[in-house]
Design a protein around this ligand. Structure first.
Ligand SMILES: NC(=O)c1ccc[n+]([C@@H]2O[C@H](COP(=O)([O-])OP(=O)(O)OC[C@H]3O[C@@H](n4cnc5c(N)ncnc54)[C@H](OP(=O)(O)O)[C@@H]3O)[C@@H](O)[C@H]2O)c1
Length: 231
C-alpha cells in the first residue's frame, strides 16, 4: 500500500507541531511539514523518519508557485491541514493597513493560494482539506475586542470552505472547516499573556488528526465549532 501524504501548514510550533508528532506515529503516512522556520522543524522532527520539512513564507505573493514546486517531489497529497495563522490583537482604530493586510494575507489570501496548489494533486485520487479557523470567525459566537482583523479573516476561511465544497462536489475532494476555541499555544500566550486555555496543543491535535483522517467519509462543506471555552 503506498503511503498517504499529509500536508501540514504552520508546523513549526503550537497545534501544527503537535499534529506532526501525533500523526507521525502512524507508519502508513508521510508528513510534509511547512512553515517559515525550517531550521526549527529540522531539529524538532529529526527523529521522525516519515516527516519532510520545507520552508514557505505565506506573506509572500508567490505562495501558489512555491508550494506547487515543493509538491512536485510527492506523488499525491491525500490530506491538507491548512493550519497556519497570524493573530493580530489591536484596538480597531489602531490597526494599520499593514496589520490588516498581513492578517488577510496569512489567514485568507494564502489559503486561496495553497489550496490552488494542493487541489490538482488531490483531485484524481480524492482527499480531505481541513481549514483551521477560529471561534472568532464562527457566526453567532462570542466576539472579543481587538480581534477584528484576525476574526474577519478567519470568517472568510469559513466561507471559502463552503464555497469550495460546492464547487468541487463532483470530485472526491472533501473540504471542511474547524473553528477552534482557545488552545494553550505560543500564539495564545503572545496575544493574551497569562490566559489559561482549557486545552493543550497536543490534545487539540488528537481531535484534528482523527477528524482529518476519518470524518470526510460523512461530511463535506461543514463548519464545526471545536471549543470547550467559547459560547
Ligand atoms: N491557539 C488558539 O487558541 C487558537 C484558537 C483558535 C484558532 N487557532 C488557529 O489554529 C491555528 C494554529 O494556531 P497556533 O495557536 O498553533 O499558532 P502558533 O503557535 O502561532 O503557530 C502558527 C504556525 O503558523 C505558521 N505561520 C505563521 N505565519 C506564517 C507565514 N507567514 N508563513 C508560513 N507559516 C506561518 C508558524 O510558523 P513560522 O512562524 O515558522 O512561519 C507556526 O508554525 C491557527 O490558524 C490559529 O489561528 C488557534
Amino acid at each position: 500500500m503506498p503511503k498517504k501524504h499529509i500536508l501540514i501548514m504552520g508546523a513549526s510550533r503550537g497545534i501544527g507541531k503537535a499534529l506532526v508528532h501525533h500523526l507521525a506515529q502512524q507508519s502508513d503516512v508521510h508528513i510534509i511539514a511547512l512553515a517559515r522556520n525550517e531550521a526549527k522543524m529540522k531539529v524538532d522532527f529529526a527523529d521522525l523518519a516519515n516527516v519532510s520539512v520545507h520552508a514557505i513564507d505565506l506573506n509572500l505573493k508567490q505562495v501558489r508557485t512555491t508550494l506547487t514546486d515543493i509538491l512536485e517531489a510527492y506523488p499525491s497529497v491525500d490530506y491538507y491541514i491548512n493550519n497556519a495563522g497570524l493573530l493580530v490583537n489591536k484596538p480597531f482604530l489602531e490597526l494599520t493597513e499593514e496589520d490588516i493586510a498581513q492578517a488577510y494575507q496569512v489567514n485568507t489570501l494564502s489559503s486561496f493560494a495553497s489550496i490552488q496548489a494542493v487541489l490538482p494533486k488531490m483531485i484524481e485520487q480524492g482527499g480531505h482539506i481541513v481549514n483551521i479557523s477560529s471561534m472568532g470567525g464562527f457566526q453567532g459566537s462570542m466576539k472579543f475586542a481587538g480581534l477584528s482583523a484576525y476574526s474577519t479573516s478567519k470568517a472568510a476561511l469559513v466561507s471559502l470552505t463552503e464555497l469550495l465544497a460546492e464547487e468541487y462536489k463532483e470530485t472526491n475532494v472533501k473540504i471542511n472547516c474547524l473553528c477552534l476555541g482557545a488552545v494553550q499555544t505560543e500564539m495564545l500566550e503572545e496575544a493574551f499573556p497569562g490566559y489559561q486555555a482549557p486545552l493543550s496543543a497536543a490534545k487539540m491535535a488528537e481531535y484534528i488528526a482523527d477528524f482529518t483522517l476519518h470524518q470526510h467519509q460523512w461530511i463535506n462543506g461543514k463548519v464545526i465549532p471545536v471549543s470547550l471555552s467559547t459560547p
